[in-house]
Ligand binder design. Structure first.
Ligand code: G3P
Ligand code: MG
Length: 255
């Protein structure tokens, strides 16, 4: 890491994806508890807005994969979304597990001293509004907290709106390809980090980011050989589903 404009980076290396979204239903508090039981101290989750503007956790645009309902989640008010069963699809033991609001997740991670990576995952058409509302809500929920949430998104308009609403909250650009101009875009959005699909990350990308004072993270790394490759390159963050496989304590294989 160069000395140029190095920003504070208070986030753990290991980040549990969607809570710990394979051992328990993704993006629920049950998933966060599962990750915490395996020693994870940082979590990624996907956040979008209800029809009445409440930030809540859900990966997909629609409800059918992870709840008994269907249709576009963001077209429903929070009072309806909060009553849906977001756990029964995973396994019987989690039936009745609710969709959490960002507020309830903030309570959990703050009470336990955990860090949060909020992926802004807007309903299509609501990119800027979602970025703005999530940033303002994050500012409110993490006020006076030493470690602010990291806001990330694949959507530059969401990051731009978050930057304009609450410039002090750290941002990360998510990339599923290294299209021309990716580095300039991250700089334009005043990002503290870039998070790429793991197969895109190599020594040249990390050097380019580190030389500019940005951190380099990867998703979703579940293969031990990839973990070793990325650690050797000096990766700053690993988002993984395999919380029962990789131990944050010693970065060791658990099995
Ligand atoms: O934030 C990294 C990762 O979660 C991006 O992919 O589809 O799981 O949200 P996805
Ligand atoms: Mg995500």
């Amino acid at each position: 890491m160069s000395a140029q404009a190095v920003r504070p980076w208070p986030y753990p290396l290991w980040i549990a994806h969607r809570g710990a979204g394979q051992l328990a239903p993704e993006n629920t508090l049950a998933a966060f508890r599962a990750g915490a039981r395996y020693g994870y101290r940082a979590f990624e989750c996907d956040v979008k807005l209800s029809a009445d503007g409440v930030p809540f956790l859900l990966h997909d645009d629609t409800l059918q994969r992870t709840t008994p309902a269907c249709g576009v989640a963001g077209e429903r008010p929070w009072a309806e979304l909060s009553r849906l069963d977001a756990g029964g699809w995973h396994s019987r033991g989690f039936a009745g597990e609710p969709i959490p609001s960002l507020e309830s997740v903030a309570a959990f991670v703050r009470r336990n001293g955990h860090a949060l990576n909020i992926e802004i995952k807007p309903t299509p058409g609501l990119e800027a509004e979602t970025g703005r509302v999530v940033a303002r809500e994050a500012e409110r929920l993490w006020r006076d907290c030493a470690v602010p949430p990291l806001l990330s998104s694949f959507e530059p308009p969401s990051l731009a709106a978050a930057r304009d609403a609450v410039p002090a909250l750290p941002r990360a650009l998510l990339l599923d390809q290294l299209a021309q101009g990716w580095f300039e875009l991250a700089q334009e959005l005043d990002c503290a980090a870039v998070v790429t699909a793991y197969s895109l990350m190599d020594a040249a990308v990390i050097a380019r980011l580190h030389d500019a004072g940005l951190r380099a993270l990867c998703y979703t790394v579940n293969d031990p050989a990839e973990v070793q490759r990325l650690l050797a390159l000096g990766i700053d963050g690993i988002i993984t589903d395999a919380v029962d496989r990789f131990s944050p304590a010693g970065a060791a294989l658990l099995d």
